[in-house]
Design a protein around this ligand. Structure first.
Ligand SMILES: [Zn+2]
Ligand SMILES: [Zn+2]
Length: 743
């Protein structure tokens, strides 16, 4: 147990209904059990009603939906021809919101969900009659905006655009969505409408800044949560380090899932209604099964059937059934993936266990928020997985309980995102010089010139035109032709991987995990974009080995400190998979097999730092120790960046070298894994000193002797985690921080 935090109860605080809220709505809310709003809900609703775009960024169960429902429903109740567009990241959430609105039984409210599955007959009705349309950014991008003439009546009267769970729009996808929203604003303006944006976000470091970048407008922030809450005991737990096995075996921690299963059994025996969040579907099943076994061993056989794994297609009925059986106490313990995180109304549980960091602090609080009933203490336990970020969090509780440092980042200026989006915009309505401002101003100009050069857009005196008969396409979730992963026996399509990462993830003989099931790759056909796999669960993992080169193309920002230089810029990363290793789960190397894969290139953004000779000698490291020290510092830094930028460690990559051709110095690079960048490197550059301080703390906080997966080893290292020098990494980081902190 690394830390116990008592999160105190928050007393109720009520506000009055604003006088513009329709009487019918007040009555319907009262009938639903809401007698008075909380102050933060009123504050956000007032801003929206007064015509200011606003983001409400408060915790789980703080009633964010009422904050946007008040203005949007008041608008359609006052004038039934007013229109509202509600956007959510998942269909399930839109369906839940639809159900909640319908349950209010308001006269004059005509709400409808519109997604890829909505039949065409229904779409006609929605277009003509619905005044609240619940949809998602994909549909806006693919259907509503390209067919804006058909939606003219809707767009002309659009008063509010609600963007629920807006922290989900981050990275490359978020950058695309931010441009889709600019397209929406432009088309609305053409019809004479200027809708107000109301955004709901999880708590983050800079909700207003992120929301403003997302919609391209000034956005007010409401982030003081005044909802009442029961007290919670929040424990941080780090599984013990086991140094068992052969001499070469890596010290490993007990798996977070097994620890969670033991805890779940104990909680169920104590009669506590508990939810365990694990990372994979298979993990959910294993954890539930292990908990049942512990219960049987403990002689509590009558409790075995009251523990379940939650899996399946997550249909609304299944989720409702689960909510009911947990609420009634019929089920006492459930192990689930984060699929239960959104769109499920389970609160008031006695205990929540998080087996591993769910990727963002927003998710962590979302999951933790399932615990707690008013007037009763609840328990939350966070169990660290084998990962530097988890290690850091359990040893540095302030990162969880103090002000969040994580920000949702997007980069709408990425030319790989901007290019296709400008084509889509031009096809909707020719782009004028004034529009260029909306799409990033100076950043958009070279991209437009390039599109004209390629013959995709035509420049005329009045603006830029899309002249092709076919509509342009833009994939909101990534660039390039993805490689599809197909189970050869059944022909089932399992998923897709980026063409750029396919040689590393689905090379022949690679172990491929899909929703917790294990497959082995038989064949990778890059020409046709397909990988054929068969189900197999071998007792080893595979890891591709790569040769990576990085060249600096342009420097955007540069800071020279005494002995350290810190830069942000564009780089060309070339990498080639040359072999793969097979390792036992203990980490023991079985063998290495050569592979013949093409060279991959990625032009993207990177942040890097260099050390000069004086500083290197200050560290006391010998020349031969330097590569391992830099490599270890690079791995841990990649592991920690998701604390500051809402990305996954798989979204970023790194290169470290004792002598880089372009800098002439020992250099550590961390780059965005997507063409053109997605804002992660830029965020890393902005918070470099804090980021490296956290990196240092994660390494120092791990009690392993010479490095393990909880600190400096990376599961995706293209060099087989070799060389790595834990003590050296601390010396390098201390030297860099001594300068960076002073600056
Ligand atoms: Zn370690
Ligand atoms: Zn590495």
């Amino acid at each position: 147990m690394r830390h116990v935090e008592q999160v105190p109860a928050r007393p109720p605080a009520a506000a009055g209904w604003p006088d513009w809220v329709a009487a019918d709505l007040v009555a319907a809310l009262a009938a639903a059990g809401i007698d008075a709003p909380w102050p933060h809900q009123v504050e956000a609703a007032e801003h929206a009603w007064a015509g200011s775009s606003v983001v409400i960024a408060t915790g789980t169960a703080s009633g964010k939906s009422l904050a946007y429902q008040l203005p949007m429903l008041s608008a359609v109740l006052a004038e039934a021809r007013s229109k509202v567009l509600y956007l959510s990241p998942t269909k399930a959430l839109a369906a839940d919101q639809h159900r909640a609105l319908a349950a209010l039984g308001l006269p004059g409210l005509r709400a409808a969900t519109l997604d890829g599955d909505t039949p065409f007959e229904e779409r006609d009705w929605i277009r003509q009659h619905a005044n609240v349309v619940l949809s998602n950014p994909d549909l806006l991008h693919r259907t509503l905006l390209p067919q804006h003439q058909r939606w003219a009546g809707f767009l002309r009267r659009l008063r509010f655009v609600v963007i629920d769970e807006c922290h989900h729009y981050r990275g490359l996808f978020g950058s695309h969505v931010s441009l889709v929203l600019r397209r929406l604003r432009r088309i609305c303006a053409a019809y004479g409408a200027a809708p107000v944006f109301v955004l709901a976000s999880a708590t983050s470091a800079t909700p207003g800044e992120s929301a403003s970048r997302l919609v391209g407008l000034p956005v007010r922030t409401v982030d003081r949560d005044r909802s009442p809450r029961g007290s919670r005991t929040f424990a941080l737990w780090e599984p013990a380090l086991a140094l068992a096995g052969s001499e070469h075996a890596v010290p490993i921690r007990r798996a977070a899932g097994s620890e969670a299963a033991r805890l779940l059994a104990d909680l169920v025996i104590a009669g506590a209604r508990s939810l365990v969040f694990v990372r994979s579907r298979r993990g959910a099943e294993l954890t539930a099964l292990a908990a049942k076994n512990h219960l049987a061993e403990a002689g509590a056989t009558e409790l075995v059937d009251r523990v379940a794994a939650y899996r399946g297609g997550y249909l609304a009925q299944e989720r409702r059934a689960l909510e009911r059986s947990l609420t009634s106490g019929e089920l006492l313990g459930v192990a689930t993936t984060n699929a239960l995180e959104l769109g499920v109304d389970i609160t008031g549980l006695d205990a929540v266990v998080l087996a591993g960091y769910p990727g963002t602090l927003a998710s962590l609080w979302q999951q933790a928020g399932r615990a707690g009933r008013r007037g009763q203490d609840a328990l939350v336990v966070f169990i660290a997985r084998d990962d530097p970020l988890d290690t850091y969090l359990v040893n540095n509780p302030a990162a969880i309980f103090a002000r969040p440092v994580e920000a949702s980042v997007t980069d709408p200026g990425n030319p790989h995102v901007l290019g296709p989006q400008l084509c889509c915009a031009a096809a909707e309505l020719p782009l004028t010089a004034a529009d260029v401002e909306l799409f990033g101003g100076p950043a958009a100009e070279p991209v437009l010139a390039e599109l004209v050069e390629q013959g995709l857009l035509r420049r005329r005196p009045t603006g830029w035109f899309w002249t092709d008969r076919n509509r342009p396409t833009a994939n909101l979730r990534g660039a390039g032709q993805p490689v599809t992963v197909v189970e050869s026996g059944s022909g089932t399509l399992l998923g897709t991987v980026d063409a750029g990462t396919a040689p590393a993830t689905v090379h022949p003989a690679a172990v491929y995990l899909h929703q917790g099931s294990s497959f082995v790759v038989d064949e990778l056909d890059l020409d046709h974009g397909a990988a054929l796999v068969h189900p197999e669960d071998p007792p080893w993992t595979t890891c591709a080995q790569e040769i990576t080169d990085i060249a600096i193309l342009a420097i955007e920002r540069s800071a020279m400190l005494d002995g350290v230089s810190v830069q942000l810029g564009t780089v060309d990363v070339s990498h080639q998979v040359v072999s793969y290793q097979r390792r036992r789960f203990s980490g023991e190397l079985l063998d290495e097999t050569p592979l013949d894969m093409p060279l991959q290139r990625l032009v993207t953004k990177a942040v890097w730092y260099t050390l000069d000779d004086v500083l290197v000698s200050e560290t006391g490291l010998e020349a031969m120790e330097l590569p391992g020290a830099l490599h270890a510092a690079e791995h841990a830094a990649i592991g920690l960046l998701p604390l500051f930028a809402s990305c996954d460690r798989w979204d970023i990559g790194g290169v470290s070298t004792a002598l880089h051709a372009d800098t002439g110095r020992p250099t550590v690079f961390v780059y965005d894994g997507h063409p053109g960048g997605a804002g992660f490197a830029a965020r890393g550059h902005a918070v470099l000193a804090d980021w490296l301080a956290a990196t240092r703390a994660a390494i120092a906080g791990c009690e392993c002797p010479a490095g393990c997966p909880s600190c400096i080893q990376s599961p995706k290292c293209g060099n087989g985690n070799n060389p790595l020098d834990k003590a050296g990494a601390l010396l390098v980081l201390d030297a860099v921080l001594s300068r960076a902190k002073a600056a």
